[in-house]
Design a protein. Sequence first.
Lengths: 114, 112
Amino acid sequence: NAGVTQTPKFQVLKTGQSMTLQCAQDMNHEYMSWYRQDPGMGLRLIHYSVGAGITDQGEVPNGYNVSRSTTEDFPLRLLSAAPSQTSVYFCASRRPGQGVDGYTFGSGTRLTVV
Amino acid sequence: SQQGEEDPQALSIQEGENATMNCSYKTSINNLQWYRQNSGRGLVHLILIRSNEREKHSGRLRVTLDTSKKSSSLLITASRAADTASYFCATDKVSGNTPLVFGKGTRLSVIA
């Protein structure tokens, strides 16, 4: 099925551990973004990319790294997990150009840092 | 910081009634979008309205946009229990090539 695939769906980390959240899309979308969702906070932008080799920071980038070596994949790396990074993480993608269509979201990764 | 702010934060209605949610934003936009999120799931795109449009319909959804007031509303007519979800507005800024900025959402409960 075409769409955005996120893995894993659930993850528990210990403080200080590192990990990579995977995001892949098969719609040839140039634009990809990572958001985190916390209770009562809505979605906050972590990092985004407008194409392979191009990334930029969003509202809450500290503690996270991204890279975009291919159009399909946009992994999010947690360098040294902290309890404040406990959240639900969503990856989203869309075609370039504004006013064309909306984002397609993955089903999310629920991360707990203990 | 959040660009859009939804109002109310929570809304509870009976099945068959209409549900209205509002969204206010701060800066000039290219378009405004509404998304639905069922509990524990990802967001689903519902409708997009461009800055030069004032009203748009999609099935039981009606969206209005007032750029002079920097506000939008989402109306769901003849609500169903399956409409129970959180609804988010998101804005595409005029500056371009920037991702959507989401509000905090309205939690809608439709009671059968």
